[in-house]
Design a protein around this ligand. Structure first.
Ligand SMILES: C[S@@+](CC[C@H](N)C(=O)[O-])C[C@H]1O[C@@H](n2cnc3c(N)ncnc32)[C@H](O)[C@@H]1O
Length: 202
């Protein structure tokens, strides 16, 4: 199961399809991509940035579980957090390291690892951060225990999880998106990228 989840995120780096993914590996391409990605992310979900801005990360040791494109990772570093992060995929690790290097932000460790087996010492972090990740992990309790293990006794976890019975799930995901997929299928429209894969899954 974990291998399938890893393959999915490795081939569909989180959110990339929304802004046109990277095409070639030049400095300009990466910088332009990160700019487009962050502008899209924080304009469509502005609460992420405003909530991050309410946290005092300064000089706090912060591990992020599940990096994606490293957008929120950068925000933590911008605010003076001592950043570490892991992701299941090499792709997310590569992108996040590239982001930090191009923008000149320091970090402690950014590594490919499993949330179920975090490569960090016990009681070593102040604020763990994980946005939109833990609900993708079937062994969510084990992942939570790992996060608890690496946090200091007075540490905090900032987490975003989907709420299964939210209006977003019941209306948008369960009904509207499925109607959209049915429409694409019924009309024989050839979707591409992640939408083609969703169609095949459906
Ligand atoms: C929906 S994306 C969220 C990424 C980012 N936090 C964001 O908000 O855009 C989920 C990320 O979690 C990672 N992930 C999924 N399962 C994981 C696991 N067991 N251990 C570590 N990372 C995992 C995926 O590779 C992917 O980058």
């Amino acid at each position: 199961m974990e291998d399938e989840i890893k393959d999915f995120w490795q081939t569909h780096p989180c959110g990339a399809e929304l802004v046109g993914d990277l095409t070639e590996e030049s400095r300009a391409t990466f910088l332009d991509f990160f700019q487009r990605y962050d502008a899209y992310r924080y304009s469509t979900e502005s609460h992420i940035l405003s909530n991050l801005n309410r946290v005092d990360f300064s000089e706090k040791k912060v591990p992020e579980i599940g990096l994606g494109q490293g957008a929120d990772s950068e925000q933590v570093a911008r605010q003076g957090g001592v950043f570490s992060g892991i992701d299941l995929t090499e792709e997310a690790v590569k992108r996040t390291k590239m982001r930090f290097s191009l923008k000149g932000f320091p970090f402690d460790r950014i590594e490919q690892a499993r949330a179920l087996d975090l490569p960090f010492a016990d009681n070593s972090f102040d604020i763990a951060y994980s946005h939109g990740v833990l609900h993708h992990i079937p062994e969510i309790r084990q992942a939570s225990q790992e996060i608890f293990r690496i946090l200091k006794p007075d540490g905090h976890l900032i987490v975003m999880l989907y709420a299964k019975w939210s209006l977003n799930y019941l209306l948008s995901i369960l009904v509207l998106r499925r109607i959209g997929l049915l429409g694409l299928y019924g009309l024989g429209i050839k979707a591409s990228g992640i939408y083609r894969d969703h169609l095949e899954n459906a």
